[in-house]
Design a protein around this ligand. Structure first.
Ligand code: NAD
Ligand code: DAU
Length: 333
């Protein structure tokens, strides 16, 4: 049965991949609500059928607009966010506006209209794990965010839980690990390094590069979110991950090798303040309760496809590159 799905942040990296995934795998009608900040890109929605996808340019903090769009929807999937840790260390204010007030605005609208709501969040709400800690994050790990970004994501998760308990809002939450794939902004680690190589510039590794991230392909994130929307229990949180732990140096060396460069052709730059050491997701609950499995677990193959995508889509990333590197220059990274 066709649903009317409102996707906030649908012009960003993971949101746009989700919209492409929904169009390919369901009969749903999709409305994208996106402010088109520096991270939103019209080109990420190119080629989608206009009879199934409507794009609305607007702010999730605009209560009137949000109320109208929620009233016309069966399901809201909330991706919109300020998403980059480095930016949050430089200027936290937009993170508070969008991640806290924007999420609150959506929650009030779904509460008024009794609309099913799915909240997209991150494993960063749990803080980090020591390198020698054999544990991984589970749904029971206490919240302990490190950066302004992750603190605002943690705050919005807690708002969702309160709206479920106090007002009976029909919500589910998911906390996912680091995504990679096509259409990711060049400020993020993997696309920054790929496009540096394509521009003839040296990649930049923060600190010693021993920090570990747990990589998942964006399409696997999308399939998990769709499964939770369709079968998840109201009020529950599901962790999404694909057992993809790797340290940053190994990922960078894999990129350089795959692109035909010497594996050590990069620079070490100043580390990120408060840099989380390691993230690792235990997604047993999602797998056992909802029967979800990742389909794209071969990281080297996924990385090669991602490199190919950036090679073939220079027109998508080139307009963002100079301004992004100018921002990094200011930050000394
Ligand atoms: P992104 O920065 O690529 O995209 C964010 C999108 O939100 C952009 O299109 C932007 O224009 C839009 N947006 C920002 N402020 C808005 C506002 N006030 N109103 C409407 N639209 C607004 O981010 P992403 O990496 O795709 O992340 C999407 C979501 O997934 C975020 O909630 C993030 O916390 C979460 N998440 C990301 C990752 C990851 O690895 N990138 C992992 C887990 C969870
Ligand atoms: O874990 C999920 C989170 O993953 C999401 O919630 C965030 O929205 C998303 O941005 C991502 O956060 P990270 O901070 O882990 O991602 P980022 O791509 O910024 O950096 C990944 C790792 O690479 C991190 O350890 C910092 C390092 N890094 C990053 C950049 C941009 C470098 O070494 N060099 C770089 O140039």
């Amino acid at each position: 049965m066709s649903r009317r799905v409102l996707v906030t942040g649908g012009a960003g990296f993971i949101g746009s991949n989700f919209v492409h995934y929904l169009v390919a795998h369901t009969d749903d009608m999709v409305t994208v609500l996106d402010k088109f900040t520096y991270a939103g890109n019209e080109a990420s929605l190119a080629g989608l059928p206009v009879e199934r996808v409507t794009v609305v340019r607007g702010d999730i903090c605009d209560a009137g607009l949000v109320d109208r769009l929620v009233a016309e929807s069966d399901v809201v999937v909330h991706y919109a966010a300020e998403s980059h840790n480095d930016n949050s260390l430089h200027d936290p204010h937009p993170f508070l506006d969008t991640n806290i007030i924007g999420s609150y605005t959506l929650l009030e609208a779904v509460r008024r209209h009794g609309t099913r709501y799915h909240h997209i969040s991150t494993d960063e709400v749990y803080g980090d794990l020591a390198f020698d800690n054999p544990e991984r994050f589970t749904e029971h790990t206490p919240y302990n965010p490190s950066s302004p970004y992750s603190a605002t994501k943690a705050g919005s998760d807690l708002l969702v839980r309160a709206w479920v308990r106090s007002f009976g809002v029909e919500a589910t939450l998911s906390n996912c690990s680091n995504n990679y794939g096509p259409r990711q902004h060049v400020e993020k680690f993997i696309p920054r390094q790929i496009t540096n190589v394509l521009c003839g510039d040296r990649p930049k590794l923060y600190g010693a590069g021993t920090n570990v991230r747990d990589w998942i392909h964006a399409d696997d994130h999308s399939s998990a979110v769709l499964r939770i929307i369709e079968r998840g229990r109201i009020g529950e949180t599901y962790l999404i991950g694909a057992d993809g732990e790797r340290n940053n140096r190994a990922v960078l060396e894999a990129i350089l090798t795959a692109m035909g460069e010497p594996a050590d052709a990069y620079d070490h730059v100043t580390d990120r303040p408060g840099h989380d050491l390691r993230y690792a997701i235990d997604s047993t609950k999602l797998r056992e309760e909802l029967g979800w499995r990742p389909a794209l677990q071969d990281f080297d193959r996924g990385l090669q496809r991602t490199i190919d995508w950036y090679r073939a889509n220079e027109a998508w990333w080139r307009p963002q590159k100079a301004a992004t590197e100018a921002r990094y220059l200011e930050l000394g990274r």
